[in-house]
Design a protein around this ligand. Structure first.
Ligand code: G
Ligand code: G
Ligand code: NA
Ligand code: MN
Length: 253
């Protein structure tokens, strides 16, 4: 309850800020994009990640407002972040996709900030596709037509109905970091088999694959052997503020 009041105050004071984690080419570490991740700057408690507050925000209906605060800042940052042809991804909570005007509102925000559609992608979870699938399908379809591509996040966890992969207008999927964490050296091991199977399935459906949560060189190497070409994780870079990211990649100004 205290957190609930805190969240409301934080919205008014605009204490939410996007951090950015690079998405890279696994072969050479070359930059391809950034995932925008919400952070909360509490005046007393300092910085916190969504794990600590997102479920309460969702239950109390604050998450949509927090998201729009974040999306506005992400659009503001994206013009500079895309100086090297990188795109930015937004995490989209399930409720958004069922709002009849989500796509229009997002496209308006992008155009207000001069963000080209190809520079922004969405990350949705399976949960977002479960309810009102026809509305969600239509919304994602309109966004794709406008040039905004969608990735299925945390793939392999949850219900993982494979039919989602071709029933919705998806551009690609992100392999959940739990599989990457369990990768073993050599060819054996359940996670190795699962990652290989996901990659084959994605290939045959024409979907891009991004591996999440890469923490070691060994994992990067294993994923390369399994035919993956894109990934993100602490091994390459932790999420950081726009200022830090722009400085690190020499994109200031
Ligand atoms: O950064 P962290 O590991 O705490 O992220 C935890 C979860 O919060 C992730 O599942 C991520 O998808 C989600 N998340 C991160 N940023 C945002 C955001 O801006 N909006 C929404 N709705 N979810 C986010
Ligand atoms: O659910 P989603 O995949 O959007 O959540 C991404 C979360 O994973 C972010 O909160 C981010 O901070 C976290 N993350 C990013 N890279 C790594 C990593 O290499 N290891 C771990 N454990 N978490 C990571
Ligand atoms: Na995500
Ligand atoms: Mn994810």
């Amino acid at each position: 309850l205290e957190l609930e009041g805190d969240l409301r105050r934080a919205l008014q004071r605009q204490e939410f800020e996007p951090y950015y984690q690079p998405i890279v080419n696994l072969a050479d570490g070359g930059l391809v994009g950034f995932e925008a991740l919400m952070r909360w700057h509490h005046p007393a408690r300092g910085l916190s990640a969504p794990g600590e507050f997102i479920s309460i925000a969702e239950e109390t209906g604050s998450l949509e407002y927090m998201d729009w605060q974040i999306y506005d800042l992400v659009c503001r940052d994206t013009k500079r972040l895309s100086a090297r042809n990188a795109y930015t991804t937004l995490n989209v909570s399930p409720r958004h996709l069922r709002a009849p005007d989500f796509d229009q509102r997002l496209l308006e925000l992008m155009s207000r900030h001069g963000v080209k559609p190809g520079r922004l992608r969405l990350e949705v979870t399976e949960g977002a596709l479960l309810e009102q699938p026809e509305e969600v399908n239509a919304c994602l379809g309109r966004l794709r037509e406008a040039g905004v591509l969608t990735l299925l996040d945390d793939f392999g966890t949850g219900y993982s109905s494979l039919s989602y992969l071709h029933r919705f207008p998806l551009h690609g999927l992100k392999i959940d970091r739990s599989f990457v964490a369990e990768l073993r050296s050599g060819e054996s091991g359940g996670s190795t088999a699962i990652v290989r199977a996901i990659r084959l399935l994605a290939d045959s459906l024409g979907l891009e694959v991004i591996a999440e949560g890469i923490e070691t060189e060994q994992q990067r190497y294993q994923l390369r052997l399994l035919g993956l070409s894109l990934g993100q994780g602490y091994f390459f870079a932790k999420p950081a503020s726009a200022g830090d990211i722009l400085a690190r990649f020499g994109m200031e100004g």
